[in-house]
Design a protein around this ligand. Structure first.
Ligand code: NAG
Ligand code: NAG
Ligand code: NAG
Ligand code: NAG
Ligand code: NAG
Ligand code: NAG
Ligand code: NAG
Ligand code: NAG
Ligand code: NAG
Ligand code: NAG
Ligand code: NAG
Ligand code: NAG
Length: 412
């Protein structure tokens, strides 16, 4: 096995405890600028089933954590996992996950996993924010492309029945959490802080991205970042997001979807409830590419649907676009008019979206622009005001506006 190195087990103390897990692997740290990755991997090998892994020290991690085939493992993270700020090392070292050229530092995979303990994952994002700003085309995504791969600190991938709670995540170079091809994953009491201390933004620092996954819950958490608070990427279904406080983000976003011709993207059965969204670009957002005549298009033309999405009890403050649906996302307006999106949007409900916009869009507080007709869009309890003037609500290609509690005007 790639990660079973001789001598490494000496720094793991396996013990028998009285709890539900009899086998315990406590990971020591080496210190002296050494890589603790091998110790951590060895612990996950040794305690891969019906066991507990204790990460209670400061760990300097300089190599990929590929911890897979785990069954009934408790992971007590009460210490700190800090990834080295070494771009030349990590950009090829990180695990390539293909979708949007995402890569990761840590691919956690298995069934019946519990991560907890009050500890921290520190991904040293600042060097990545600064490097991205000066050269976005350097680096290799896991050796697979010329994209500047900025790893995701924690990916829960190919997993089921996972609970992650009471963890702090700071300074992510890219998405903080990637939920990848997994089912029944809950995140609770996660405190995310990815902000830049230079003039370069903490780009793509989404709180969570969900992809090809179902029955995902995210609750009782705070996110301070510079991109989506939560993003529902292709094939996110049966999702519950509640009790979040998001600051500085790009909103809670469905999409983007429909980017690739020939691909089917589905987002369905999503409930987003009790959100406070402050100083953000968007609040409740759906973004879908338009159509495209080319069968090989990577700029729209995908099919699928967004169906049964509810945003309720959603409070905004200083948000540019409190409610926004765009079905010509990043699509040339002429092409989108000629080839409306084949990815349909229906059964979308906004309940009690309240607060104030930033004024960045003038008096517009709602902007729902569909290219094909959006069906069954409803809004009740909408109380949104711009800092100046009378609120304006822009709608286009909404099949019926009868169930909206505001009067729409056409886009100018
Ligand atoms: C990965 O990045 C390359 C550019 O290096 C781009 O051409 C390609 O479309 C990206 N792949 C995906 C799956 O997004
Ligand atoms: C995840 O599962 C897919 C499909 O089974 C498999 O091809 C892939 O190698 C797995 N990824 C990892 C990192 O184990
Ligand atoms: C979902 O995962 C949790 C562990 O986080 C487990 O307790 C629960 O039984 C799982 N639910 C289903 C339906 O498997
Ligand atoms: C709403 O979320 C906040 C945290 O942002 C929490 O304090 C509050 O209890 C939640 N309200 C309900 C009704 O769950
Ligand atoms: C999404 O799910 C549909 C239906 O199962 C499938 O046809 C499609 O290929 C999936 N798309 C992605 C991006 O995985
Ligand atoms: C949405 O939820 C309904 C009701 O539980 C279920 O019948 C349907 O299959 C779900 N849709 C998807 C795409 O998972
Ligand atoms: C809509 O999604 C919710 C979960 O978010 C689910 O409980 C409900 O059954 C779904 N409704 C339909 C009609 O699929
Ligand atoms: C939309 O789908 C229809 C049939 O499913 C196809 O004929 C048409 O070319 C597609 N349009 C675009 C713009 O992709
Ligand atoms: C699409 O890609 C295929 C295979 O690469 C190529 O043969 C075809 O000419 C391309 N079609 C268009 C319209 O670009
Ligand atoms: C919406 O607000 C009204 C009035 O404040 C309240 O009665 C209702 O319970 C709220 N509904 C939700 C889903 O939060
Ligand atoms: C509101 O209007 C006042 C007076 O026209 C102007 O000075 C101020 O900048 C406006 N505020 C915003 C947020 O647009
Ligand atoms: C919408 O406009 C109609 C006609 O001008 C008016 O009677 C109604 O009160 C308006 N509704 C709202 C919610 O502003």
């Amino acid at each position: 096995m790639r990660f079973l190195l001789l001598g490494i087990t000496s720094v793991i103390s396996a013990a028998f405890a009285r709890g539900t897990k009899t086998k315990v692997c406590t990971v020591e740290h080496l210190g002296g600028m050494q890589d603790d990755g091998p110790n951590i991997r060895a612990a996950f090998q040794k305690c891969s089933s019906n066991a507990k892994i204790v990460l209670d020290k400061y760990y300097r991690v300089d190599s990929l954590l590929l911890t897979t085939n785990l069954r009934s493992v408790d992971i007590e993270l009460s210490g700190t996992v800090q990834y080295t700020p070494d771009i030349a090392k990590w950009s090829p070292e990180s695990l390539y996950l293909t979708y949007q050229n995402a890569t990761t530092y840590w691919f956690l995979s298995g069934t019946n996993l519990h991560v907890y303990g009050g500890g921290t994952i520190d991904a040293n994002g600042q060097v990545w924010y600064d490097a991205l700003a000066s050269n976005a085309d350097t680096g290799t995504a896991g050796g697979s492309s010329t994209t500047f791969a900025r790893p995701v600190p924690l990916t829960v991938g190919n997993s089921s029945n996972v609970l992650i709670e009471d963890i702090t995540q700071i300074s992510s170079p890219f998405w903080n959490n990637f939920v990848y091809q997994s089912t029944n994953v809950t995140y609770r009491n996660i405190n995310i802080n990815s902000v830049s201390y230079s003039s370069n933004p903490a780009a793509n620092s989404d709180g969570w991205d969900i992809y090809r996954s179902s029955f995902i819950t995210i609750t009782d958490s705070t996110v301070n970042n510079d991109d989506d608070c939560v993003s529902f990427k292709p094939n996110s279904t049966n999702i519950l997001v509640t009790n979040l406080s998001c600051n500085g983000s790009h909103g809670i976003s469905v999409g983007s979807l429909g980017q690739y011709a020939g691909e089917t993207d589905i987002v369905a059965n999503v409930t987003v409830r009790n959100i406070t969204m402050l100083h953000a670009q968007n609040g409740a957002r759906i973004k879908v590419f338009g159509g495209n005549p080319s069968p090989n298009s990577t700029a729209g033309g995908g099919t699928g649907f967004v169906r049964n999405v509810t945003y309720e009890d959603f409070t905004v403050g200083d948000v540019d676009n409190p409610i926004t649906i765009n079905q010509c996302y990043e699509t040339d307006a002429t092409i989108c008019a000629q080839f409306p999106s084949n990815l349909t949007i229906s059964d979308v409900h906004f309940i009690n979206v309240t607060g104030t916009s930033s004024g960045a869009e003038g008096a517009v507080v709602v902007d729902i622009e569909c290219s094909a007709e959006c069906q069954d869009i409803t809004a009740t309890g909408t109380h949104l005001s711009p800092p100046n003037g009378t609120a304006e609500y822009v709608c286009k290609n909404v099949a019926s506006t009868a169930e909206l509690d505001f009067n729409c005007t056409a886009p100018s």
